[in-house]
Design a protein around this ligand. Structure first.
Ligand code: NAD
Length: 472
């Protein structure tokens, strides 16, 4: 064992190198794809509510400029460090390429535990961070567009937009400087649940592949599958809800204070409400408690969804994981050692950089909405409904039969914004799943789905660099 501390960016580089061996790109191009183009490390002061001054450490990394703007979330967490932000920015480059979102990868982080700051302090920190980004041209609708990540949400995105707009008076596209905003501030319907929904679409697509399910000894489809979810935040909560709605059984839910397990299945909303009112997931009436949250990861299930943080399954606990399929909803939940152990066990790992791309995909839709200054569906909804009513009327007149009320409503319905966003996301995830699986099947020596996903990403980013040429 080496004494070197674990490097998340190093792990991403290792996965990259493993995949690069299955491509034919020149070494120079591969190096250019792999490196972080720009790393902005900053320190700024904030006056706390008690009058003391604290110096805040923060980052923004732009991993790739092969497409602009750069895109990636902003994380608020005590563990934030440069290595982590670099790794997350790199994953964003590959993620955007895989789901055909025309952005370069970026990521931001502020090293604070948001729970230890008042709302007013968080607002000051977020606004100051935005001002620092503006100073160095590290934010803007055409340069770099942040989004929510661990520890941030719509509220922080609204503060970022307001700060940016105040410092760019009259900039007509200012709303496109950040995504994941509240609807009233230019957000798009469906963004809040987008990452969880994308996780669901991706896992569902893999579960619909008869050959893969046969290898795992499972039936096709999601109905009745036993699912464990770690992290009941934005991504975990929505993933769990969509799995439950599709007929899967949520047999365990884990939060940082502990976990609960029930073979009969848990109602996600009821657990969420229980945690909200008691402050803990534990002691939900009925299920078994685990004080040690990570124990839940090792329970037997068909699908395990780590949706909290990176590095939760490593060489130590990987041998005890009892899931047939792991859907990486969080970024980097498995270390490369865990990957190798699980690949040997025959576990299928659906990789983060494609599976949790729902957020960035719908962020792309939000950005397009901001630049076009019109809500999706506004132009065609009524027209489509009128057309549908006309067609249905003609069919009823010809057949002499009337369709029932529920059917009528469903046939007549013209698309709302959320319908178009869900449909665009579903199409994106299905297409990406097949692209990755086809790459894997075309080259059986590719060891796992993560490597196949990297091959897809490297080929797309490589093509972009090769076609652009390298600036002299
Ligand atoms: P979040 O802050 O909304 O939720 C994270 C949840 O995990 C919290 O409820 C937290 O209490 C819980 N948690 C923390 N440590 C835990 C532990 N040891 N065991 C169990 N639970 C624990 O964050 P999020 O936005 O849902 O992000 C989660 C992950 O998904 C991160 O890795 C993030 O990078 C990734 N991700 C998020 C998005 C997005 O759109 N929000 C998009 C892509 C990827």
């Amino acid at each position: 064992m080496s004494n070197k501390p674990y490097s998340f960016f190093g792990a991403v580089e290792r996965s990259f190198d493993k995949a690069a061996a299955f491509t034919t790109w020149d070494k120079g191009i591969l190096n250019q794809i792999k490196e972080c183009n720009a790393v902005y490390q900053m320190r700024f002061p904030v006056k706390r509510d008690d009058g003391s001054i604290e110096v805040i450490e923060a980052y923004r990394v732009q991993h790739s400029h092969h497409k602009t703007p750069c895109k990636g979330g902003i994380r608020f967490a005590a563990e934030v460090n440069q290595d982590e932000v670099m790794a997350l920015a790199a994953l964003m480059t590959y993620k955007c390429a895989i789901v055909n979102v025309p952005f370069g990868g970026g990521k931001g982080g502020i090293k604070i535990n948001p729970k230890k700051y008042s709302t007013y302090e968080l607002e000051k920190i977020t606004r100051r961070y935005t001002a620092e980004l503006i100073k160095k041209n590290f934010i803007g609708p055409g340069t770099d567009v942040p989004a929510p990540d661990y520890g941030t949400g719509e509220r922080e995105m609204a503060w970022i937009l307001d700060t940016y707009a105040a410092m760019h008076p009259g900039e007509i596209d200012a709303a496109g400087c950040v995504t994941g905003k509240p609807i009233t501030q230019g957000g798009v319907r469906g963004r809040r649940e987008a990452t969880g929904l994308g996780v669901f679409y991706g896992v569902r697509e893999v579960c619909n592949m008869a050959d893969i399910m046969q290898k795992l000894g499972l039936t096709t489809g999601l109905e009745g599958k036993r699912v464990i979810v770690q992290g009941l935040g934005n991504v975990g909560y929505h993933s769990a809800k969509f799995f439950q709605q599709a007929g899967a059984k949520i047999v365990a839910l884990a939060e940082y204070e502990g976990a609960i397990q029930s073979d009969a299945g848990l109602d996600v909303d009821a657990v969420f409400q229980h945690r909200k009112s008691t402050g803990s997931i534990l002691n939900f009436p009925g299920p078994k408690n685990f004080e040690k949250s990570s124990d839940a990861l090792e329970k037997e299930c068909d699908i395990l969804i780590p949706a909290a943080l990176e590095n939760v399954i490593d060489g130590e606990n990987a041998p005890r994981i009892n899931a047939k399929l792991i859907g990486e909803a969080a970024n980097g939940p498995l270390t490369p050692e865990a990957d190798e152990i699980l690949a040997k066990k025959g576990t299928i790992v659906i990789p983060d950089m494609y599976l949790n791309a729902g957020g960035v995909t719908v962020s792309y839709f939000e950005w397009l909405k901001n630049l076009s200054h019109v809500r999706y569906g506004r132009l065609e909804k009524r027209f489509t409904e009128n057309q549908n009513a006309h067609i249905l009327g003609q069919m009823e007149a010809l057949s002499g039969k009337k369709v029932g009320q529920t059917e009528r409503e469903s046939i007549l319905h013209g698309p709302d914004e959320v319908d178009l966003v869900y449909s665009g996301l579903e199409e994106t995830m299905i297409t990406a799943t097949h692209e990755i699986m086809n790459t894997w099947k075309a080259n059986p020596s590719i060891p796992d789905m993560r490597t196949a996903a990297y091959v897809v990403a490297i080929n797309k980013v490589g093509t972009s660099y090769a076609e652009l040429g390298i600036f002299p």
